[in-house]
Design a protein around this ligand. Structure first.
Ligand code: KIV
Length: 303
């Protein structure tokens, strides 16, 4: 971006009230759907926040849709904090949730609390999210005891991709459904303020949402959840490698970007860009003085 004569594009809008865990609870009580999207950078966070979203998740999907990894496993705490900080600078009202990356909370409860705290202290998040059910109950209890709100994540938990045998829908058998319901109840009891349900049968997600008093946020879990989340790069059509069945694409930014880049290359190669309006000028008077001071550069001579 040029640093010369910047033209502000911002339009002032009335400030919205900050969304908190209390807002989540009230929305569930009133049957008002909770909205959530992912973001990993400043301009996207700003646009999502301005649109009026309830919550922004700095998801470890970062690894796949931004960093180009095959799955979310290589994502580190440092990756997450770097992107979470950028998001926190762009969003003012949305509740900001930092996603705990693989191995940042599984080794010990102490490490889980320390890393959760880093999201709050170093990246200005309002809450954290972690994957898993009963096996994470102690971590959820300890993190919430430290005053940090925890969002759970059940169903398709991408950090267990190898254990699940791929990115597959979960909770499709009676036994698996029973376990999922129990996990949701255990997370609620451990103090989670909300739970993401990913790729689980719609009727199971609806039933869980009724059984527990904290809000469920669905992704590929049907309309019976208390809220919905999508990966922004899927929604915008920015991530081309694959599109999960449950995604609704609202734009096709990848092809829009390709089109813009092709036009730019063509404009430069055919010298249509930069045009006069993209050019900085100096007065003839200053130019003459410059030439007098530097005789070797005067018109007609090579600079
Ligand atoms: O990392 C992520 O983006 C997520 C959402 C899919 C819920 O966990």
């Amino acid at each position: 971006m040029s640093t010369v004569s910047p033209v502000s594009n911002s339009t002032s809008q009335p400030a919205r009230k900050k969304v908190t865990t209390l807002t989540f609870r009230q929305k569930k009580e009133h049957g008002a759907p909770i909205t959530m999207l992912t973001a990993y950078d400043y301009p996207t966070a700003m646009a999502i926040d301005k649109a009026g979203i309830d919550s922004i998740l700095v998801g470890d999907s970062l690894g796949m849709v931004v960093l180009g990894y095959e799955n979310t496993l290589p994502v580190t705490m440092e990756d997450m904090l770097h992107h979470a900080r950028a998001v926190s600078r762009g969003a003012k009202s949305a509740m900001l949730i930092g996603d705990m990356p693989f191995m940042s909370y599984q080794i010990s409860v102490e490490e889980a609390v320390r890393n959760a705290g880093r999201f709050i202290q170093e990246a200005f998040m309002d809450a954290i999210k972690l994957e898993g059910g009963r096996e994470r109950a102690d971590a959820v209890r300890a993190i919430t005891s430290a005053g940090i709100p925890v969002m759970g994540h059940l169903g398709l938990t991408p950090q267990s991709v190898h254990q699940m045998g791929g990115f597959r829908a979960q909770g499709k058998t009676a036994i698996a459904a029973k376990r999922l319901l129990e996990d949701a109840q255990i997370l609620e009891e451990a103090g989670a303020f909300s739970i993401v349900l990913e790729s689980v049968p719609a009727r199971l997600a609806q039933m869980i949402s009724k059984k527990i008093s904290i809000p469920t946020i669905g992704i590929g879990a049907g309309a019976g959840c208390d809220g919905q989340v999508l990966v922004t790069h899927d929604l915008l059509g920015l991530f081309e490698r694959f599109t999960p069945k449950f995604v609704k694409k609202y734009a096709n930014f990848h092809s829009e970007m390709s089109k813009a880049f092709t036009e730019y290359i063509d404009d430069v190669e055919t010298k249509r860009f930069p045009a006069q309006e993209h050019t900085v000028e100096m007065t003839d008077e200053e130019w003459s003085t410059f030439e007098r001071l530097n005789p070797s550069t005067s018109s007609g001579q090579a600079v």
